[in-house]
Design a protein around this ligand. Structure first.
Ligand code: GLV
Ligand code: GLV
Length: 326
């Protein structure tokens, strides 16, 4: 069987795939266009894609021989899952292996903003540090403050649990109660409005869906404390970036730490000019260990899926129910 890989992933994943399949891989260091992906999957049985690939109906229906899609990401808002399900194609993602890594980046951003790490680094490097000063680069304490976690799935839960050493008051929003957080941290599930008004630090951990698009807009930003810090390691369009840029430049809030953007990889000049935002290039899962695990996981799903089994991280298991009924 033959598979198409839309971009080079860590070698252990490719080695596992090479043992089983003939691989055709995009060797250029850039994102392919939809048309290039459609060309790539011609006569292929499997597609290994990334979160930057638009896997819409056109791609899913382009190649009759396509039987399996393994994505090298946990988020799958870039894939038309309904279309894949309708065509009977299982789609897998990489949950779990990147949970702690992404939660760690959210904390890194939180501290970078509250203690003004990036500003301080630039200040020091450029020769502005003339000695200790009582009012220099003052930030904010983290310990004993109120932490607001929007979405307590795997990553949101891991992020919240890491607050333990800082003895924080933890608020969260989620469709479901999170007993682990309530028991271990005394966390309270509250309406979003309460979380926005009462939290000192707010971190977003929901997937991007129709319901979460612009979940944080002007109205929500205006509810936050003037000292609030907003962190987003989930998906850019969950925040109205224009409204956030205004909130940061007019100092409705203290600052923000972003790993994801509304029109990735485009970022407005206005946002880039601001000192009170720390910007990362979508590297939430970006550690050597985790990216290797993600590659192995995507490969394992592809191998099992193409051999006719149920991929362990299949998102649309309905595909198999349907098959067994018909
Ligand atoms: C990263 O953003 C992922 O969804 O894996
Ligand atoms: C999202 O994938 C999460 O694990 O919270």
């Amino acid at each position: 069987m033959k598979i198409f890989v839309t971009r080079q992933i860590p070698q252990p994943g490719l080695d596992a795939l090479k043992k089983e399949f003939t691989i055709d891989m995009n060797l250029s260091d850039r994102v392919l266009t939809k048309e290039e992906i459609i060309k790539g999957i011609k006569d292929k049985d499997g597609l290994l894609c990334l979160l930057t690939d638009p896997i819409d109906k056109d791609v899913i229906y382009a190649e009759p021989s396509l039987k399996m899609i393994a994505s090298y990401a946990v988020g799958y808002d870039n894939i038309d899952i309904a279309a894949a399900t309708k065509r009977g194609i299982p789609v897998s993602n990489t949950p779990g292996v990147l949970t702690e890594t992404t939660a760690e980046l959210a904390w890194a951003l939180l501290f970078s903003v509250t203690r003004r790490i990036v500003e301080g680094d630039t200040f020091t490097r450029t020769g502005n540090f003339k000695g200790w000063a009582p009012m220099l680069m003052l930030g904010q304490d983290v310990s004993q403050k109120t932490l607001g976690v929007i979405g307590t799935g795997r990553i949101g839960t891991a992020f919240a649990l890491k607050s333990k050493g800082f003895h924080m008051n933890v608020l969260y929003t989620d469709e479901q109660r999170n007993e682990q957080l309530e028991q271990q941290l005394g966390a309270r599930r509250v309406p979003l409005i309460t979380l926005l008004k009462e939290s000192d630090f707010i971190s977003i951990h929901v997937p991007l869906t129709k319901e979460t698009f612009h979940l944080i807009d002007e109205k929500e930003l205006r509810l936050m404390k003037k000292t609030a810090v907003l962190i987003n390691t989930a998906r850019g369009p969950i925040i109205n970036e224009k409204a956030l840029t205004r909130a940061l430049s007019e100092q409705w809030i203290f600052g923000a730490g972003l790993d994801v953007y509304e029109k990735e990889p485009e970022i407005s000049e206005e946002l880039k000019r601001l000192d009170n935002v720390v910007l990362q290039p979508h590297v939430g899962s970006g550690t050597i260990e985790t990216r290797t695990k993600m590659a192995l996981m995507a490969a394992e799903n592809m191998i099992i899926g193409l051999k006719g089994g149920i991929p362990p991280n299949c998102i649309n298991k309905e595909v198999f129910h349907k098959k067994s009924i018909t």
